[in-house]
Design a protein around this ligand. Structure first.
Ligand code: F6R
Length: 604
């Protein structure tokens, strides 16, 4: 996940920027850079890979006078992790760093190219600096040019910009991506996209609100709101606890990551959806030539997302699809035919069992694709093609946002294959694409929902077990809900297809058996409902999750009325994640580091 730092003052600007970037390392990045304006001259350095590479490049660069500097760690979303794509981005005489997404970058870029501007990177960010300079050449006033530029941008951003046209100043803007400014005892100013880089420097900080923009110079912090009214900074004392600062105020990384899902899914979608078309620039469509079947292979949560893909691929792409647990696949002498596309799914890209199945498929001459969150991981390097999920670093051992982005990719990929195979009507494709665009809204956590789940969770701290039940694609979600709960609460939980309960497990039903029932309005509602009624009649304690009122439940967690079952899927995903989180917190467990588990399982 990208990070921003900025500093204006007389101290050692280079060191402050590099130290700040180090504090953001935990968020993950694949390139970094700084730009410093000192005595009217810019010095800028960028490097791919770890910060040590940037430190090496800047080792002879000394900053000892008053300077304005900006820095950035980049996690590639739009464009590969290369030096050219790393921030800060240069115009003629200004540099910019940016977190977030400029949604209308393509339109702005096209106009700028027509005006003769040459772009060096593939990023959406670069348009900001060129747009600013275009406005500057018209207005001759840097503040007005910056204001106009911000007005022209659509999307989410935290931006810092430094320009020779107004030295000793850093311009800033914030909308949807976090940013703060801090002040130290000598009245010097620091910027960052989260608290940690400022700890040890700034004594008090102002958190910008959405729509804030303005500039900071050696003696002033000038902030305007979205109505363009000037406002005073509201300073707060900065915490001195780095670990808690990394969690951005959430109690656990897992909680933070659940809340981040809306933003990271927006990143997953970036550049991949057009009105009537799904696009994956990262591979050629010939990958699907001669392919009659898809085989998915993964472990744990990634296996559950793969299982959800089987429903989507067969439903929309009309292609025969199967899924296997990697540790099983490895040793059962599977038949592999060359008309099968072999797809591995992995958050880390390093899971030993999954990696081995990828090697097996390659050795058998199959075409291979990896859906992964970590660029340059072993699986990404080995597979013929790769789709990055763009979830950012996931610190909580129990996977949440990685799963959310995997399912998002699968939904898009099912439509991509449907396009190729012409197995979907244009009208239906456009409808599906507009539904996908809605996922970031569907996964936003409403305060009322979280409060309700917190309250309900106290009733589910004991019992002899949980059944998460669902039908169709809600069955993999039930499996995932059960896995989340057992991982962090240490309570026994199983995921089961709703219709299968009567074939055995219903024997367990009594008030101490907790059933978490997924009841989507738009997919087999009546059938799933009667399965839950069977359990309710046998006195199992039922917690129903649905948009439809259900009077046979002991507890009811409402989701919103959605247009489609897949949006219900994403809303219910957030509910089961939060339920596990709250139960585990009440039980006093270490949510982020559950006993016996590791984030990346690189042993068999
Ligand atoms: C569960 C979880 C694990 C992983 C599994 C595979 O919350 O995180 O089940 O999903 O170990 O890991 P990756 O996706 O990195 O291959």
């Amino acid at each position: 996940m990208c990070g921003i730092v900025g500093y204006i003052g007389k101290k050692n600007t280079k060191e402050i920027l590099l130290e700040g970037l180090k504090e953001l390392e935990y968020r993950g990045y694949d390139s970094a850079g700084i730009a410093v304006l000192e005595n009217g001259n810019f010095s800028s350095f960028k490097a791919v890979g770890k910060l040590i590479n940037l430190e090496e490049k800047t080792k002879d660069f000394i900053t000892e006078k008053f300077a304005a500097g900006i820095g950035h760690t980049r996690w590639a979303t739009h464009g590969k992790p290369t030096e050219l794509n790393a921030h800060p981005h240069l115009g003629e005489s200004s540099y910019v760093v940016h977190n977030g997404i400029i949604e209308n970058y393509a339109q702005l870029k096209e106009k700028l190219i027509n005006d003769g501007v040459i772009f060096l990177s593939q990023t959406d960010t670069e348009v900001i600096v060129h747009q600013f300079e275009k406005n500057l050449s018209n207005t001759k006033d840097p503040l007005k040019a910056f204001e106009k530029t911000i007005d022209e941008l659509e999307g989410a951003y935290a931006i810092l910009l430094v320009t020779k046209a107004q030295k000793d100043t850093i311009f800033f803007a914030k909308n949807g991506s976090p940013m703060l400014v801090g002040v130290d005892e000598d009245n010097e100013k620091y910027f960052a996209s989260s608290d940690t880089p400022l700890i040890g420097h700034a004594t008090k900080v102002n958190y910008f609100e959405d729509g804030d923009w303005g500039y900071v110079s050696n003696d002033k912090i000038v902030i305007f709101d979205k109505e363009k009214k000037e406002k005073k900074p509201t300073f707060k004392t900065l915490s001195t606890n780095k670990l808690s600062a990394q969690k951005d105020g959430y109690r656990f990384f897992m909680e933070k990551e659940i809340y981040e899902q809306s933003n990271v899914i927006a990143d997953t979608l970036l550049g991949r959806l057009h009105d009537n078309e799904v696009i994956f620039d990262e591979f050629d469509k010939s990958l699907f030539d001669g392919i009659n079947e898809i085989k998915l292979c993964a472990c744990g949560t990634s296996y559950h997302s793969a299982l959800s893909a089987t429903y989507l691929f067969e439903r929309y792409a009309k292609i025969k699809t199967s899924v296997e647990i990697a540790s099983e696949f490895r040793y059962r002498n599977p038949i592999m035919t060359k008309d099968t596309l072999f797809v591995v799914i992995s958050q880390s890209g390093e899971t030993a069992d999954t990696l081995e199945t990828l090697k097996m498929a390659k050795n058998a001459g199959l075409k291979t694709l990896v859906i992964c969150n970590v660029d340059n991981s072993s699986m990404v390097r080995l597979a013929d093609a790769c789709i990055l999920t763009r979830a950012g670093v996931e610190k909580g051992v129990a996977s949440t946002k990685a799963f959310a982005t995997q399912v998002t990719v699968f939904w898009m990929l099912s439509l991509y294959i449907a396009q190729l195979k012409k197995s979907i009507e244009i009208k239906e494709l456009a409808k599906q694409i507009s539904l996908i665009r809605h996922i970031p809204t569907s996964v936003k956590v409403a305060d009322t929902l979280h409060e309700k789940i917190k309250r309900i969770s106290k009733r589910y701290l004991h019992g002899h077990g949980f059944f998460f039940i669902g039908r169709d694609i809600f069955f993999p979600l039930a499996l995932e809900g059960a896995l989340k709960l057992k991982e962090i609460s240490y309570l026994h939980a199983e995921g089961y297809p709703s219709g299968e309960m009567k074939h055995g497990p219903i024997a367990l039903a009594d008030p101490e058996l907790f059933t978490i029932a997924l009841l989507p309005q738009h997919l087999l509602y009546d059938k799933a409902k009667s399965n839950v009624e069977e359990l309710s009649a046998r006195d199992s304690t039922i917690c129903a999750i649905s948009a439809m009122e259900f009077d046979k439940a002991d507890d009811f967690i409402p989701i919103s009325t959605c247009q489609d079952y897949m949006l219900e899927f994403f809303e219910m995903m957030v509910v089961v994640q939060l339920l596990s989180l709250e139960i585990s917190i009440r039980l006093g467990n270490d949510v982020d580091m559950p006993r016996n588990l590791a984030k990346s399982v690189t042993v068999e």
